[in-house]
Design a protein around this ligand. Structure first.
Ligand code: SF4
Ligand code: SF4
Length: 321
């Protein structure tokens, strides 16, 4: 009964959250307070998490959800990772806590970060293709095939980071009757067995959150879901498709390096590239660099060629307000 009430409250919350996000977006836009974009992102991420709960409560076909997100990503790049992914939201909350505690983050070496970016595609290939290739093998005869059976399926693995914290189906992790989940929790539970499930999941949660506490968006450097969103746009014939693009005006760049320092994914292309569209698949369009670049109109977010958000000269506040 009270789960029904909780579900109704969540439904109302999502509509209230989305309405509030819309109103705030208009206020921020009107007042030209675009440096508040990070707060707006938190709000959108929270609303998206509730929206995913609702989506899953209507027993939506998972393949359909994946196809819609994938199609959106062809046109919006990795906007989903930056603004909508629930797992990304947890990591951003952990980073906000670190910031509040005034603890400094660690940066991975640029070389290692680029290697991990390529490694994501190897992981993606493993997750997506091996179950098909091994489909004919009797799962219990061979350890790897056994590993790839059960819930370890391309669709569930790719959609796992999209699962919200509270889920509308029976889960292995239950607290006071509320079904909780965390990305890959069902896969871990399946393979670790009933008695160890909670322990293994707790270790996984602790590891991913602790690593995201010290290294910003740590999991995003491995995430097969994020890689799947950018895989098509890596190929030349498809590079013209994205409608949302980060763009740099080289003449306005003073090489202050702020964009490099504030990027949670440690993208260096914005700093290094000599102007034009930033096409790296490591960028998740979080807009942190645009928000904090202190030079007027140096960095921009373009939608179908039209600038919808650009950097401001926040060094001289009188020029903003
Ligand atoms: S923050 Fe702006 S001005 Fe500074 S290096 Fe980056 S793009 Fe150039
Ligand atoms: S390059 Fe800019 S928009 Fe892309 S992830 Fe880094 S900070 Fe965010």
């Amino acid at each position: 009964m009270w789960l029904q009430i909780l579900s109704e409250i969540l439904k109302l919350t999502v509509f209230a959250g989305l309405t509030l996000a819309g109103i705030l977006a208009i206020i921020i836009w009107k007042r030209d307070l675009k440096t508040k974009v990070t707060y707006m992102r938190f709000l959108v991420q929270a609303a998206a998490m509730v929206a995913f709960y609702l989506l899953f409560s209507y027993t939506t076909e998972l393949l359909f959800v994946l196809v819609v997100i994938f199609l959106l990503s062809i046109f919006w790049g990795r906007f989903f990772c930056g603004w909508l992914c629930p797992f990304g939201f947890y990591m951003d909350l952990v980073a906000a806590l670190r910031k509040t505690l005034k603890i400094r983050y660690w940066n991975l070496q640029d070389g290692l970060n680029k290697i991990l970016d390529k490694f994501r595609y190897a992981l993606l290939a493993l997750f997506v293709f091996l179950p098909f290739m091994l489909g004919e093998i009797e799962p219990w005869q061979w350890p790897l095939a056994k590993f790839l059976a059960g819930p370890f399926k391309p669709i569930s693995v790719l959609l796992s980071p999209v699962e919200p914290l509270v889920i509308p189906w029976e889960s292995t992790i239950k607290v006071y009757g509320v079904n909780l989940s965390y990305p890959y929790a069902s896969v871990i539970a399946f393979y670790s067995g009933e008695s160890y499930a909670l322990l293994c999941i707790s270790i996984f949660v602790a590891l991913t959150l602790a690593s995201s506490f010290v290294v910003r968006r740590f999991w995003c450097r491995f995430c097969p879901t994020g890689a799947s969103f950018s895989v098509l746009n890596r190929f030349k014939p498809f590079r013209w498709i994205p409608l949302l693009r980060l763009n740099k005006v080289e003449e306005k760049c003073t090489k202050c390096g702020i964009c490099k320092r504030v990027c949670p994914a440690q993208v260096t292309d914005v700093y290094e590239q000599k102007g034009g569209d930033i096409k790296t698949s490591m960028c998740m369009l979080c807009l942190r660099c645009v928000e904090l670049c202190p030079y007027e109109d140096c960095l921009r977010l373009n939608l179908a060629g039209k600038t919808i958000f650009k950097s401001r000269n926040w060094l001289e506040p009188s020029k903003i307000e």
